[in-house]
Design a protein around this ligand. Structure first.
Ligand SMILES: [Zn+2]
Ligand SMILES: [Zn+2]
Length: 845
C-alpha cells in the first residue's frame, strides 16, 4: 500500500484527468466559471475571468492583495463571522454545534485538537459511531505548534486558531457533493459578499490515514480562505474502494475570513482588536501602517525554518521597499513581539481553560514554550505585560462564542502566575549552571542539553542565551525537541504485557461484572483450556483493566490466581491445570473480601478526583490510576506539589462526599449520547473504544466512562485516607490513598506508632512532638560539641519537656516526622537512634 503522500499524487492525476467525475463542476459551469491551467504551477483552476492565467496561490498570483483593499463591501468582525456563517448554514440544513475541548481526551494518539475533523476521529469517521448530526458546522479551536517562530512576523501564523468546520457524514447513496460545494460557494457569494470575479477554485487531492479523495481549495486576492475535502475512498490490499461512509471535511480559517473582510495589515488586528489596542496603550507603541503595508507582502520570506542567512533577507526586503534596514528590523520585531504576546496568551487561555497544563512533557511542553516565548519577548522589549488583564480581555471578547472561557479565568491566571515563577527560577538556575560549566571549560553538547532539559526543565534557548552573555557559543541541534520527546515516548511504551493465546475459534466472553459488584457466584460453560488458562462463555471475574487489579477465587474447586483480558476475551489463569474439561458447566466463585476492597478503592478514586478538582481548580484531571488491595493511587494534573493543608482539604472534601451516601448509577449509553449529555470530561481514564460506553455516575459529583466494579453508594467506600502525595513528574501529582477496611487499619497504625514513640521517649502521646523537638535540638548540640571538642554540661542534655498538644494521632505523628526530617514509618527507628547517640555522647562528655 502507498504512503499518503504518494496516494495524493496518484489520485490528483486521476482526478485532473477526469474532473467531471470528481469535482462539482456543474455548479461552477452554471455560475459561469471556466477551467484554466496555471501557467506557473500547472494546477487546474476555475475562474470567471477569461484572461486569468495564474492560479490563486500567492506564489503564483503575487502575494496578498487585499491589505487595505478588500474586495468585500461589508466588514465583519471576528464574532460576526461565526454568527453569520452558522446562521447561513443552519438555513442550509447544518446543525451548528459547540466546539470540542482542545485537549483531545477522547483520543489516545494526540494531545491536542489540530483541526475540526479531529472531533470526529476515530469512531465517527470510521462509521462505528453516529455523528452528533449528519450535517453540522463547528467553530473548532485548534492548536498547532510547528510554526511558533513565524507567529507575529508573517501576519497570518497562529499557534491557536479557530477552524470553522463544515461536515457531513453520509452513506454513498445520500452523498451530495454538489450541495456541499454550493453551500460553501454561497458563503463566499452571500456570506462574504464576494463578486464572482474575485474567487478562484483549485482542483486538488487529499490523503490521510489510508483514506483519500478530491478537494477544492478557494482563494481570493492571494489568500486561501478554505479547503473542502471529500473523503470518499480507501486503500485496501486488494485495491482502492469506495468508503461505506463518505465524509465531508471543509476547514476554513475563522481568522482569515475576518481578516479578509477587514483588510487590516495583519490578521492579529482583526482577530483580537481589543487586546491589540490594550497592548498599544501599555507599551506605547504606534503601528507604522505605511511601513507594515509595504513590508507584509515580503514577510513570508522571513520564515525561519527555510532561511539560511536571515540578515541577508532583511537587507533584501529593506532594499525592495526602500526602508532603512535597521529601522525596518526594529519596527517589525517590535510589532511581532506585541502580536506574539497577544496570540500566545489567547492560546494559553483556551488550552488551560480546557484542562491542559504547561509542563515539560507531552503537549504541555508546547504550552510552556509559548508562554516563555511571550515572557522573553516582553523582557527583551522592556515591557511590563499585565498577563491577567490580557487573558481577561481575550475571554471577554470571545464570550459571545466561547462563554466557557470566562468561567475558568481565575484558574488560568493562577496557573500562569505559577508558571511565571517557574520561568524566573529557571532563568536564575540556568545562569548558574552555565557559568559553572563554562568556568570548568566544559563544552555544552547535545547530550548535556538534553539532560539539563529533561531533569531540570532548563531549555537550550536559555542556555544559549546565558552562554552568549559569556561570549560562548552553544549549538542547539535542529531536532532537539524531537529527540527529547522521543525519550519520553520510549518511557510511555511500557505496556501491560499482552498475552497471545490462540483463541480464534472461541466466542468472545460475556461480561457479568458490570451489573453488580456483589454478584460473586455464577455458572458458565468452559469453552477452552490452554495449559493453566481457561476461557468461559461468560464470567463475573474482573480482569486487570482500567488500573483496577483482577479478582481471584475458584472455578469449580480449582483456584483462579489471575484474570486478564486478551482482546474481548477474559482469560482465567489457574493455579494448576484445571480438573474440569471443555464443554463442562462450572461454578465460579469470587473472593469477596478482595473484590469489595478493590471496589472501594475504585469508587474512592472517582471521589478523590472530584474532591481534588473542587479544592485545587478546574485544571485537575486524571492522568493515571491504580487500584490494588492494600492501597490505591490517583495521578492528577497539577502544577506543583501539594501542601499538607491541601492534602487535608482534599481528604476532608472526599469524606464529605462519602458521608452524603450518594447513590451511584452505572449504565451503558451510546458514545454519542454520553458525550452530548456529559461532555468530553467523561474520558478521565483515557480514550475508551467501542460504540457503547459504560457510564459511572455519582450525581452531583462525578461522571466517567469506566468499566470498573463500583459500589452502590458513596458511603460504602468507608473512610478515605490519603497516605501521601508526591510530584511524580512535571505537572503530575500522585495521591496515594486507602479506603474501607485498609483505611481503618492504617488509622490504627498511626495510633500504634505514636504510642510506641511515646513509650520510647517516656512521655504521653500528646507530648511526643514537643519532646521530639527537644531531643532533636539537644542531639544536634551534643554532636556539635563533640565535633568541636567543646565542653557541655551533662544536665543540659537531659530531656525535660512535658508540654502537650491537642491534635489527632495522624497530625501528631506527621509533626514528629517533620521534626525528625523523616517519613512517619521511620519515626520509631529515628527516635531510637537519636536517643542512643545522645546517651553515648553523654557517656563521653
Ligand atoms: Zn499556480
Ligand atoms: Zn474508574
Amino acid at each position: 500500500m502507498l504512503p499518503d503522500k504518494e496516494i495524493k499524487k496518484e489520485f490528483r492525476k486521476t482526478a485532473w484527468a477526469n474532473p467531471e467525475k470528481y469535482y462539482a463542476i456543474n455548479v461552477l459551469k452554471n455560475e459561469g466559471f471556466e477551467r484554466h491551467i496555471c501557467k506557473k504551477c500547472s494546477t487546474p483552476f476555475w475562474t470567471v475571468n477569461a484572461n486569468q492565467d495564474v492560479c490563486g496561490d500567492p506564489s503564483c498570483s503575487g502575494g496578498f492583495k487585499f491589505i487595505g483593499d478588500s474586495p468585500v463591501k461589508q466588514e465583519m468582525d471576528y464574532i460576526q463571522t461565526w454568527k453569520k456563517f452558522s446562521k447561513l448554514f443552519k438555513e442550509y440544513g447544518y446543525e451548528p454545534i459547540k466546539r470540542y475541548p482542545v485537549v483531545a481526551r477522547w483520543r489516545s494518539d494526540v494531545d491536542f485538537v489540530q483541526a475540526s475533523i479531529y472531533d470526529f476521529q476515530p469512531y465517527v469517521v470510521s462509521g462505528e459511531v453516529q455523528p452528533p448530526a449528519k450535517q453540522l458546522v463547528v467553530p473548532q479551536f485548534s492548536l498547532r505548534f510547528n510554526d511558533i517562530d513565524n507567529v507575529g512576523i508573517t501576519g497570518a501564523h497562529y499557534t491557536g486558531f479557530v477552524m470553522i468546520g463544515q461536515h457531513a457524514f453520509m452513506k454513498p447513496d445520500e452523498w451530495d457533493q454538489e450541495k456541499y460545494f454550493t453551500d460553501i460557494y454561497n458563503w463566499l457569494r452571500v456570506g462574504l459578499g464576494l463578486p464572482k470575479n474575485e474567487i478562484t477554485f483549485h482542483e486538488d487531492a487529499w490523503a490521510g490515514g489510508g483514506n483519500f479523495g478530491p478537494c477544492m481549495e478557494f482563494f481570493s486576492r492571494g489568500l486561501e480562505l478554505g479547503n473542502q475535502v471529500y473523503m470518499m475512498y480507501e486503500q485496501t490490499p486488494t485495491g482502492n474502494k469506495e468508503l461505506n461512509l463518505k465524509v465531508l471535511d471543509m476547514g476554513m480559517g475563522h481568522e482569515r475570513n475576518t481578516w479578509f473582510t477587514k483588510g487590516t495589515s495583519t490578521s492579529y488586528e482583526s482577530t483580537f482588536p481589543t487586546v491589540i489596542k490594550m497592548l498599544y496603550d501599555i507599551t506605547g507603541i504606534k503601528i507604522d501602517k505605511g511601513l507594515m503595508k509595504k513590508f507584509l507582502p515580503y514577510s513570508s520570506f522571513l520564515n525561519i525554518d527555510e532561511v539560511e542567512n536571515i540578515n541577508k533577507v532583511w537587507l533584501d526586503i529593506s532594499k525592495k521597499i526602500n526602508v532603512d534596514v535597521d529601522e525596518l528590523k526594529t519596527k517589525v520585531t517590535e510589532m511581532a513581539a506585541l502580536y506574539s504576546i497577544a496570540e500566545h496568551l489567547r492560546t494559553l487561555l483556551v488550552a488551560i481553560s480546557d484542562g491542559a497544563l504547561p509542563s515539560n512533557v507531552g503537549g504541555g511542553y508546547n504550552l510552556r514554550i509559548i508562554f516563555r516565548r511571550a515572557l522573553s519577548l516582553a523582557d527583551k522589549q522592556g515591557w511590563e505585560i499585565p498577563i491577567h488583564d490580557i487573558c481577561e480581555e481575550h475571554a471577554r471578547y470571545l464570550k459571545p462564542i466561547f462563554p466557557e472561557l470566562s468561567e475558568n479565568l481565575d484558574n488560568v491566571r493562577k496557573i500562569l502566575d505559577i508558571e511565571k515563577e517557574k520561568y524566573e527560577a529557571t532563568k536564575i538556575k540556568s545562569k548558574k549552571i552555565v557559568e559553572s560549566l563554562l568556568k570548568k571549560k566544559q563544552e555544552i553538547k547535545e547530550q548535556r542539553l538534553i539532560e539539563l532539559y529533561d531533569s531540570q526543565g532548563i531549555s537550550p534557548e536559555l542556555i544559549k542565551e546565558e552562554a552568549k552573555k559569556l561570549k560562548q557559543n552553544v549549538e542547539i541541534p535542529d531536532d532537539f525537541y524531537a529527540k527529547v520527546s522521543e525519550r519520553h515516548e520510549q518511557k510511555k511504551e511500557v505496556k501491560e504485557k499482552e498475552s497471545d493465546l490462540d483463541l480464534d475459534d472461541v466466542k468472545e466472553t460475556e461480561k457479568l461484572y458490570f451489573e453488580d459488584y456483589k454478584f460473586l457466584e455464577f455458572k458458565a460453560i468452559v469453552l477452552k483450556i490452554i495449559d493453566k488458562f481457561v476461557i468461559l462463555d461468560k464470567t463475573a471475574f474482573y480482569p486487570t483493566s482500567g488500573g483496577q487489579a483482577h479478582d481471584i477465587g475458584e472455578l469449580a474447586t480449582d483456584k483462579v490466581v489471575n484474570v486478564f483480558k486478551q482482546g474481548s476475551y477474559v482469560v482465567h489463569e489457574m493455579e494448576h491445570e484445571p480438573q474440569f474439561k471443555v464443554g463442562m458447566e462450572v461454578e465460579g466463585h469470587i473472593d469477596e473480601e478482595r473484590r469489595h476492597q478493590l471496589s472501594q478503592h475504585h469508587t474512592a478514586t472517582h471521589i478523590i478526583n472530584t474532591a481534588a478538582k473542587r479544592i485545587l481548580g478546574n485544571h485537575i484531571n486524571q492522568a493515571g490510576a491504580k487500584k490494588e488491595v492494600d492501597k490505591a493511587h490517583l495521578d492528577i494534573t497539577h502544577y506543583q506539589s501539594l501542601s499538607e493543608k491541601e492534602e487535608k482539604a482534599i481528604e476532608d472534601e472526599a469524606n464529605k462526599i462519602v458521608d452524603k451516601k450518594i447513590k451511584i448509577n452505572s449504565f451503558f449509553l451510546t458514545r454519542n449520547e454520553a458525550e452530548k449529555k456529559y461532555g468530553m470530561e467523561i474520558y478521565q481514564g483515557g480514550a475508551v473504544p467501542g460504540k457503547m460506553i459504560r457510564i459511572i455516575e455519582v450525581p452531583g459529583v462525578d461522571v466517567e466512562a469506566c468499566g470498573g466494579t463500583h459500589l452502590k453508594n458513596t458511603k460504602e467506600t468507608g473512610k478515605i485516607k490519603i497516605l501521601k502525595t508526591t510530584k511524580i513528574q512535571d505537572g503530575i501529582v500522585r495521591i496515594t490513598f486507602v479506603a474501607g477496611k485498609v483505611a481503618h487499619k492504617e488509622s490504627n497504625k498511626e495510633e500504634e506508632i505514636l504510642k510506641e514513640v511515646a513509650g520510647i521517649l517516656g512521655v504521653k502521646p500528646e507530648q511526643v512532638p514537643i519532646r521530639s523537638e527537644e531531643l532533636f535540638k539537644k542531639w544536634k548540640e551534643a554532636k556539635k560539641a563533640i565535633k568541636k571538642g567543646q565542653e557541655l554540661a551533662k544536665e543540659l542534655l537531659e530531656l525535660t519537656t512535658t508540654k502537650e498538644e491537642r491534635a489527632t494521632a495522624k497530625e501528631l505523628l506527621n509533626k514528629t516526622a517533620q521534626i525528625f526530617k523523616t517519613q512517619t514509618e521511620h519515626v520509631v527507628k529515628t527516635a531510637k537512634r537519636f536517643l542512643k547517640e545522645l546517651e553515648e555522647i553523654k557517656e563521653k562528655l
